[in-house]
Each structure stands twice: as structure tokens, then as C-alpha cells.
Design a protein around this ligand. Structure first.
Ligand code: GDP
Length: 372
């Protein structure tokens, strides 16, 4: 990690993830290494420090902000004598808790088995067998002792099941006809569901936790007499486990097949630029990065900055740029139409709606052009 601020932000996010999963964070440990240790991820001195702390304070779980290799996981568990979770496992666990439909559950279960398969040799026996703890939901310890073959069979079964549902969903999407489809994309917790609710007067579940939305919800929205279909998608996050990107194919198909993307950004968040990068990267992975897109900077009601002194000559930092100043940064050069709103107070909603309306008309014209 390059600088201290970034490091703290990453740790804040990890703590928020842990909180979403139902854990309380007791202490943070960080270490500067040019490269993670191939065997134990952290250095031996740091491992010793953590081990002592865990013992003294009866800590149940140690969470790492990266995905650990199967052998790192095993070595760390042996060395620290405590349950270890990595970022991937933590995110998978949150997804497992939040999956309500059988489709979402199937997707998460597949991702969990794919994560588990190379890690079957984990030394669970010497650990306390806590049922239902974080990282233990879904395919848990009972499967760990079973044959890899059984898990492979299960994986192909789940894949088949998903293929069938994917086909059904593709048919459903085709049957929606010619109405322009708009998909909300964005980092997790930026306000996509809140915006969806505000636009469609529906009650989509919104809460201040990560990944409140796992299944796509599609609503008909009318702006200026023009109808279109608005889809809320699963939130993206830095280092989204690849297993999830793969198994959430159908959810992401909504994005891939949309005519227009609305990229929602939480501008009150210190790392909003990183969030934009993460989202764009995932859009690239699913080959949806060249779609028409509107950038919506949300939560302006919550935007705050430290005003600079008039004659302060020190350069601007992220913290002392005002909203007006932001608008003249790279944002001014963005090829995407941009609008600043609050989904909560509905500030600038007329402007936003006009922008969606105009883009939709532009998309319509393009579609007509294609069919001529
Ligand atoms: P999603 O994960 O992107 O769907 O985000 P949600 O819609 O669930 O919102 C995440 C949190 O941000 C919730 O606590 C919302 O109440 C809050 N939120 C959403 N929009 C705004 C906004 O414009 N201003 C403020 N202050 N909070 C907002």
C-alpha cells in the first residue's frame, strides 16, 4: 500500500465488510512489505504479534484484506491457531447471507464451492468447530472431509442448473420487447437502490450495508411520457472475487444487454475515484465498457470538504476540493454526460431526468438508424 490514507480507507472498507457479515472488529494490523510472503502472506514477526494478541484477547477470527492462496491460508491457520478468513471468503459469506431467491443462492453456492475446492486440505480439525460463524455458511466443514469428486459433481450440477435459469432469463429479456433498457451500475452502497426507489416509486431494499441487492430488480419507469425499463444490479467492489463475476453471469447480463448505463457514484466518499476505476474495470471484464453511459454523482447532500485559506499556496488535496472545483477537474473532460444529485433529498432530479430522457432519445435514434 502506497500511502497511509489509502491504507486506512482500505481498512475502513474491510471493517465495513466485516460489520456487514455480522462481526465486530477488535483491532487492525498492517504491515508494509514490498511483496506478500509467499508462504504466510505476512512476515513472521507480525505473525507472532498477531498470535499473541489473538490469545490474550480471545479473538475468534483474523480477516485478511486480500485473497490468500490455499497454502498461505493453511500455513497461517497453523501458525496463528485461529480461524482465518480472507477477503474473498468474507464477501462470499455476505453474498450467502443475502441471497434470498433460489437463483441467487445457486450462484453463491457455485462460487463458494469453486473457492473451496482448491482449499480442501485446510486443517480444520484442530480448530474449534463453530457452526454458523462467518465463512462457515453454505458449503461448510462437513463437506471439507468429503471427496473432491463430490464437490466437482456438485459444481457441474450447479452450473447446469444456472445454465437452465440463464436461458429462461434470456428469453424473459427478449420478451420485454423494444423498450429501452437502462441499468444502474456502481460501487456497492453508493445509492443505486435509493435512486431506483425514487425514480420508480417502488420499495427496493436499501440499507447502509454492503451488497443489500443481489438479485436484479426490473422496474418500468416513465420520464417525460417515455417508458423504459430500469434495472438495479449487484454492487461492484474492489477485488470482487472472480468466482462471483463468473457465477453472477445472468445478473451481469442485464448490464451487458442494457442500452444505457447509469453509473452511480457516491461523491461523499473519499475514495470515489477508486470506486469509479473498480466499476470501469468490471465493466471491461464483462465487455460492457463501450455502452452509452451517464455519470450520476450522488449524495451531494453529504458532500463535505475542508475549505482552503485564501492565501494558502499549498496544493489542493482530495480533502479540500469543493464540488464546484471538482466539476472542473477530469470530470469536465469526461465523454459521458454528468449530473450531481442527491437521491435522498431529490436535489437536481429534474436535471437528471432530462439527461436520461435525452440519452434515451439518442439511443432510440441510434437503434432506428441501425434498423434502417
Ligand atoms: P446501493 O448499495 O448502491 O443500492 O445503495 P443503497 O441505495 O442501499 O444506499 C446505501 C446507503 O446510502 C443507504 O443508507 C442510503 O440511505 C444512503 N443514501 C443513498 N442515497 C443517498 C443520498 O443521496 N444522500 C445520502 N446522504 N445518503 C444516501
Amino acid at each position: 500500500h502506497q500511502d497511509e490514507d489509502k491504507l486506512q480507507e482500505y481498512m475502513d472498507e474491510l471493517e465495513f465488510l466485516a460489520y456487514t457479515a455480522g462481526a465486530t472488529v477488535d483491532r487492525r494490523f498492517t504491515q508494509k512489505l514490498t511483496q506478500p510472503d509467499s508462504k504466510t502472506f505476512i512476515g513472521s514477526g507480525k505473525a507472532q504479534e498477531i498470535k499473541e494478541y489473538v490469545k490474550e484477547n480471545e479473538i475468534g477470527t483474523v480477516i485478511f484484506d486480500d485473497e490468500l492462496s490455499p497454502s498461505q491460508l493453511k500455513n497461517l491457520e497453523r501458525e496463528l491457531e485461529v480461524k482465518i478468513l480472507d477477503r474473498t471468503n468474507l464477501i462470499l459469506d455476505i453474498f450467502a447471507q443475502r441471497a434470498t431467491t433460489s437463483y441467487a443462492r445457486t450462484q453463491v453456492e457455485l462460487a463458494q464451492y469453486q473457492y473451496l475446492l482448491p482449499r480442501l486440505t485446510r486443517m480444520w480439525t484442530h480448530l474449534e468447530r463453530q457452526k454458523g460463524g462467518i465463512g462457515m455458511r453454505g458449503p461448510g466443514e462437513t463437506e471439507i472431509e468429503t471427496d473432491r469428486r463430490i464437490i466437482r459433481d456438485r459444481i457441474s450440477l450447479l452450473k447446469d442448473k444456472l445454465k437452465t435459469i440463464d436461458k429462461q432469463m434470456a428469453t424473459q429479456r427478449n420478451n420485454r420487447g423494444k423498450v429501452v433498457r437502462v441499468a444502474l451500475v456502481g460501487y456497492t452502497n453508493v445509492g443505486k437502490s435509493t435512486l431506483m426507489n425514487a425514480l420508480s416509486k417502488s420499495e427496493v431494499f436499501a440499507e447502509n450495508k454492503l451488497f443489500a441487492t443481489l438479485d436484479t430488480t426490473v422496474r418500468k419507469v416513465v420520464i417525460g411520457n417515455l417508458p423504459f425499463l430500469l434495472t438495479d444490479t449487484v454492487g461492484f467492489i474492489r477485488k470482487l472475487p472472480t468466482q462471483l463475476v463468473e457465477s453472477f453471469k445472468s445478473t451481469l447480463d442485464e448490464v451487458r444487454e442494457a442500452d444505457l448505463l447509469i453509473h452511480v457514484v457516491d461523491i461523499s466518499h473519499e475514495s470515489f475515484e477508486d470506486h469509479i476505476d473498480s466499476v470501469n474495470q468490471i465493466l471491461m471484464e464483462i465487455n460492457a465498457h463501450q455502452k452509452p453511459m451517464i455519470m450520476i454523482f450522488n449524495k451531494i447532500d453529504d458532500f463535505s470538504y475542508e475549505k482552503k485559506d485564501e492565501d494558502d499556496l499549498t496544493p489542493s488535496t482530495r480533502k479540500n476540493i469543493s464540488l464546484e472545483e471538482w466539476k472542473n477537474t477530469w470530470m469536465a473532460k469526461s465523454k459521458h454526460p454528468t449530473v450531481f444529485i442527491s437521491a435522498l433529498t431529490k436535489e437536481n432530479f429534474p436535471e437528471m431526468k432530462k439527461m436520461i430522457y435525452d440519452e434515451k432519445t439518442a439511443v432510440d435514434l441510434k437503434t432506428i438508424g441501425k434498423n434502417l
